[in-house]
Design a binder for this molecule. Structure first.
Ligand code: TXA
Ligand code: MG
Length: 318
């Protein structure tokens, strides 16, 4: 993207417009976080319920320290993982309007590790509230084309930075207390966080309620019905009417298939997840297939974040 394009995008943000931009995780749909009317535009464009709070994106860790206070374990995580796919839940400063945080007394903040995002944030000179740039409940976008397809006509500027690196969203961590609590599994693995700051709690919706408001069971749904192959694949005779999302190799007989990583690399698999689901979704629609059968990944590292997304996609069909 030429610098003039970025300057125009930054000016659009400053004047209250909506800009879709790449980050290292997925594309975001940004608005000036200090401008409640601009932020309302995000909810309108996404058809997002107003109870689901947004992440505020900043150009550097120093901006976070200026915006709010970082308790000790938050500061340790920020020092270790920013810029990067880590979102910290912090005390909400007064100048962040309630629409950003859905009225919570906390604000989610992150410093993206992407040259285009960083340059845009620097030029805009304001904190940028941005959810993933998709309609509410749909797949997260990992290319500018996904954004165009999903939010056509709803966005003032789409900054194209090519496919995103991680392909799953940031890990959301509440680090206000001594022991950090992971509210949403994401691109930064629990193992990496624990190696840096010791044991963390991974919040499960034990009472059936999601840990973060955005972690609704039905999130991340493709249009086609998706079923997890937890107990193995359907018999070969049933595969001809189905598409398969496989980890290493697509078993024979499926009408369509995507293998996330033939050599079993979880990082590659995560990066390809949403792209592959978008393609299988299209194939299912175009060819009138019954749905998608998805293999769970090994429950470790980025496999946990991918399995979390797949379980939600499957739950959406229930
Ligand atoms: O990688 C990402 O995080 C992407 C890119 C664009 O940065 N953004 C993203 O935003 O995934 P979104 O809106 O799709 O998800 C934000 C998550 C939701 O689960 C939301 O509930 C949670 O962060 N969240 C936001 N503010 C929160 C808060 N104050 N307390 C707890 N959870 C919060
Ligand atoms: Mg989202």
């Amino acid at each position: 993207m030429p610098a003039t394009g970025l300057e125009e995008a930054a000016a659009t943000l400053r004047s209250g417009g909506l800009v879709a931009f790449p980050t290292e995780t997925v594309y975001g749909l940004g608005a000036n976080a200090l401008d409640a009317t601009a932020v309302a535009g995000i909810f309108r464009a996404k058809r997002r319920p107003s109870f689901d709070p947004l992440i505020v994106h900043l150009a550097g860790a120093a901006d976070a320290a200026r915006l709010t206070s970082l308790p000790p374990s938050a500061a340790a995580l920020a020092a270790r993982f920013w810029p990067g796919p880590l979102t910290l839940v912090l005390p909400r400063p007064r100048d962040i309007p309630g629409i950003v945080t859905s009225g919570l007394d906390t604000v989610a903040v992150r410093v993206p590790d992407h040259v285009v995002a960083r340059e845009l944030l620097l030029r805009a000179g304001v904190p940028v509230a941005a959810p993933s740039a998709n309609r509410f409940g749909r797949l997260s976008p990992t290319t500018a084309d996904h954004v165009r397809t999903d939010l056509d006509g709803e966005v003032d500027v789409i900054v194209d930075g090519g496919p995103t690196r991680w392909g799953v969203e940031s890990t959301v961590v509440d680090a206000r207390g001594d022991r950090p609590v992971v509210l949403r599994l994401g691109a930064l693995t629990v193992e990496d966080i624990e190696a840096a700051v010791g044991a963390v709690e991974v919040r499960r919706g034990s009472d059936g309620r999601p840990a973060t408001p955005g972690a609704l069971p039905s999130h991340y749904a493709p249009g086609a019905p998706l079923r997890l192959a937890t107990a193995g694949h359907p018999p070969p005779a049933d595969r001809g009417t189905r598409a398969c999302l496989a980890f290493r190799t697509v078993p024979p007989g499926y009408a369509a298939g995507e293998a996330l990583s033939p050599d079993g690399n979880l990082v590659t698999a995560a990066a390809r997840l949403f792209e592959a689901l978008h393609r299988l979704d299209a194939a299912t629609r175009e060819r009138g297939l019954v749905g998608i059968v998805a293999e769970p990944l090994p429950e470790e590292g980025l496999g946990r974040a991918v399995n979390d997304r797949l379980r939600r996609a499957a739950a959406a069909q229930d």
